[in-house]
Design a protein. Structure first.
Lengths: 112, 117
């Protein structure tokens, strides 16, 4: 399974767009990129997943570099509710029975 | 939205005692997982299951057993609890989605805080 590298922490003001980067230099062709977030005292929550190019949903967007070694999670117009630890995970999903390996994640702090 | 519940939400146990953590999911997912999370660490996989009657070892299974008596229920058992097992435990369920069944999003419960004295 590929290892991921994220910045340990980030800060932003309410209303800003936040971009969280994730490096996965050894990603395999069978692997997908997932992003989860965890607010204090709750379990992780799925945000978005992708394989290549650009993916968008109602919560966030995900840009994946052409060589798939770097991905960026973009959160538009963050609010205090977006303060959480964001985890980037790379997994081959069905071929590995969905095992997720969580790293340290990126702790996002939001200032009012 | 998928629903995963855990009980108890908080538990205090004594060293050497038996502890059972329960998880229930109403999503009819085949796969279920038990993780633990310690301060300053990400989640680590303890046991998982592909369906009723199956259990598999995760990355840190020592000191833990698991039981999957039905599609909906997955238990984590600490036969002889130790202080090193003090942690927050999360259960999750998930299943393959999409073309080829290769995508697997997991849905997590709220967690159980376990303190072993």
């Amino acid at each position: 399974l590929a290892k991921t590298t994220q910045p340990p922490s980030m800060e932003a003001y309410e209303g800003q767009e936040v971009n969280v980067s994730c490096s996965h230099t050894n990603i395999a062709t069978s692997e997908y990129i997932y992003w989860y977030r965890q607010v204090p005292h709750q379990g992780p929550q799925f945000i978005i997943q992708g394989y290549k190019d650009y993916v968008v949903n109602e919560v966030a967007s995900l840009f994946i570099s052409a060589d798939r070694k770097l991905s960026t999670l973009s959160l538009p117009w963050v609010s205090l509710r977006d303060a959480a630890v964001y985890y980037c995970i790379v997994t081959d999903g069905g071929y590995n029975q969905g095992k997720l390996i969580f790293g340290q994640g990126t702790k996002l702090s939001i200032k009012p | 939205e998928a629903a995963v519940t855990q009980s108890p939400r908080n538990k205090v146990a004594v060293t050497g005692g038996k502890v059972t953590l329960s998880c229930n999911q109403t999503n009819n997912h085949n796969n279920m997982y038990w993780y633990r999370q310690d301060t300053g660490h990400g989640l680590r996989l303890i046991h998982y299951s592909y369906g009723a009657g199956s259990t598999e070892k995760g990355d840190i299974p020592d000191g833990y057993k698991a039981s999957r008596p039905s599609q909906e229920n997955f238990s984590l058992i600490l036969e002889l609890a130790t202080p090193s097992q003090t942690s927050v435990y999360f259960c999750a369920s998930g299943d393959k989605e999409g073309l080829g069944g290769r995508r697997d999003t997991q849905y997590f419960g709220p967690g159980t805080r376990l303190l072993v004295l």
